[in-house]
Design a protein around this ligand. Structure first.
Ligand SMILES: Nc1ncnc2c1ncn2[C@@H]1O[C@H](COP(=O)(O)OP(=O)(O)O)[C@@H](O)[C@H]1O
Ligand SMILES: [Mg+2]
Length: 250
């Protein structure tokens, strides 16, 4: 199963969610995570420093190298296609290519069978890279921060997903919406959770991930949360999604 993690808002925990889910999925099988954001936070968050001669998602998406050439292994046992700021040049470069929405799907295909799960970390935009992520995926996970204006932008994202389903990837499913950085005792979080449930009647809303500084710390340490902190309350919401991915039960 290939899952894209997408939301055009930055700072909603897309990357953190990919790291956490990857860290849990790799305990049951092989897992590849693909960094599709020029900021390279997934790469650095897994403790990887991109060296001068390292092949990244930029070379893959612009057909300078194969996905296989870009594969790295992280200390937590995940396979990674890393990225760095070079990927920012990739989007304009592929703009004039025929079929440019399907490039990632095409280039991942030769290696996809090697992995039980593939997670794609999309950049904070609805541009060509995110569309490539959605076109390559079987399902999309949408992290939403429990904050004011959390739902703003969600309509645009759902419209983009619908367009992708209609024109590029009819099999794309919405895995669900994941409320992140939840502070359950606050009115704001309760408000966001209530509005999500009311507005998204046909979309599954996963158990919220609590707000905790441990997530930022685990990013800095370059480790998934389940490796960095054994705190069950923090891991459980991600474990529920990992279980759903592996067993199909929500
Ligand atoms: N549950 C959480 N509680 C507190 N901070 C979090 C949580 N999840 C993520 N963060 C932090 O929020 C910031 C943005 O997360 P990130 O995953 O980089 O978002 P995105 O990829 O959507 O831009 C990071 O500093 C990260 O460590
Ligand atoms: Mg990110």
């Amino acid at each position: 199963m290939i899952i894209a993690c997408a939301n055009q808002k930055g700072g909603v925990a897309k990357t953190t969610s990919v790291i956490c889910l990857g860290g849990l999925l790799v305990k049951t099988g092989s897992c590849l995570v693909v960094d599709l954001d020029p900021q390279g936070n997934l790469t650095t968050g897994l403790g990887i420093e991109v060296k001068e001669n390292q092949i990244t998602s930029y070379e893959v998406i612009t057909e300078r190298a194969t996905a296989n050439d870009a594969l790295m292994t992280t200390s937590s046992g995940l396979s990674l296609i890393p990225s760095d700021i070079n990927l920012a040049k990739g989007e304009p470069e592929i703009l004039s290519k025929v079929g440019n929405f399907g490039l990632l799907k095409e280039y991942l295909e030769p290696i996809a069978h090697q992995f039980d799960h593939i997670l794609i970390d999309c950049p904070p935009s609805l541009g060509l890279l995110t569309i490539n992520g959605l076109t390559a995926a079987d399902a999309v996970l949408i992290p939403v921060q429990c904050q004011f204006f959390a739902l703003k932008g969600l309509a645009a994202l759902l419209e983009t997903i619908q367009s992708v389903q209609k024109r590029l990837n009819p099999d794309l499913k919405i895995l669900g919406v994941l409320p992140t950085m939840a502070e359950m005792q606050t009115v704001m979080t309760q408000d966001v959770l209530a509005s999500l449930k009311k507005r998204l009647q046909n979309i599954h809303v996963f158990e919220p991930v609590p707000k905790s500084v441990k997530f930022a710390e685990s990013n800095l340490a370059g480790e998934p949360i389940n490796v960095y902190a054994g705190d069950k309350k923090l891991v459980q919401p991600y474990q529920a999604i990992a279980d759903f991915i592996t067993t199909g039960e929500k």
